[in-house]
Design a protein around this ligand. Structure first.
Ligand code: DGL
Length: 269
């Protein structure tokens, strides 16, 4: 079983930011990544639809020899983690819990902002997870929907993206929070630009940027150790599947993964 892969699921390409971190920290592990590009975006869909789509996608991953499932998608983690956990004996990890724990570790004032898709913000999942750890935390959660298409367009350092971030960050800076949770798979690629905007547009406003990938990987590592499921020392293999437009996945995926994701295989759910 320890030779089996880690299955990673996202609504599309953005979850490759999580796959990158897992690959960097656990290089011996085989990864099987599935991006549901045919149904993206999940972030504007209703809870019931997100659960249904996520269940179908994880069903497909479970046909492969895997030992753990990572739900890299914040929207799917927010809405579907419990039903997905109920559907398999394998451990299923989502990104909300690790992101909340990382936010609590980062904040001093317990004033925390969360940015995510409409569906993630609406679900209240980050708010509940943070409040479960720190009931007195003050949380403002806001959707940042424009960043998903900007990331997919590859406009990582573009004047339009800069202006968008200035607009999104303005109320966050005004509210005096000290920590921002990047609660969407696509947002971590903008970390350097967010830091630049905070420095140059907001007079070096001190804001800790939290993304769940690192915290999730630490939890995954702990879980694999605990269950004696760590892969033997070797170069882990990576396989990439998507449900539509594999060429586009290959092209845009390289921006998110920081390396080639070819070959990308198309699958139907
Ligand atoms: N993967 C989604 C998330 O992290 C963003 C893209 C989408 O809306 O499907 O919430």
């Amino acid at each position: 079983m320890h030779r089996a892969a880690i299955g990673i699921f996202d609504s599309g390409i953005g979850g490759l930011t999580v796959a990158t971190e897992i690959h960097r920290s656990l290089p011996h592990e085989d990864l099987i990544y599935l991006g549901d590009t045919a149904r993206l975006p999940y972030g504007t869909k209703s809870a019931g639809t997100v659960v249904r789509y996520a269940e179908r996608a994880v069903e497909l991953l479970l046909r492969y020899p895997i030992k753990a499932v990572v739900i890299a998608c914040n929207t799917a983690s927010a809405h579907a983690l419990e039903p997905l956990r109920a559907s398999t004996e394998l451990p299923v990890l989502g990104v909300i819990g690790p992101g909340a724990r990382a936010a609590i570790a980062a904040t001093r004032s317990k004033k925390i902002a969360v940015a995510g898709t409409e569906a993630t913000v609406r679900s209240g999942a980050y708010q509940s997870a943070i409040h479960a750890l720190a009931p007195d935390a003050e949380i403002t959660a806001t959707p940042w929907p424009l960043l998903v298409p900007l990331a997919e367009e590859g406009w990582i350092d573009h004047s339009v993206t800069r202006l968008t971030l200035e607009t999104y960050l303005s109320p966050i800076v005004d509210s005096g929070v000290d920590t921002l949770v990047l609660g969407c798979t696509h947002y971590p690629v903008f970390k350097p630009l967010i830091r630049d905007v905070l420095t140059h547009h907001f007079d070096s406003y001190p804001l800790a940027l939290v993304d769940s990938a690192e915290a999730l990987t630490t939890e995954l590592d702990g879980l694999l150790n605990e269950r004696e499921l760590k892969a033997p020392e070797r170069d882990g293999r990576r396989s990439f599947f998507c449900t539509d437009a594999p060429d586009r996945f290959g092209r845009v995926g390289e921006v998110f993964f920081g390396a080639s994701v070819e070959p990308v295989f198309a699958v139907d759910l």
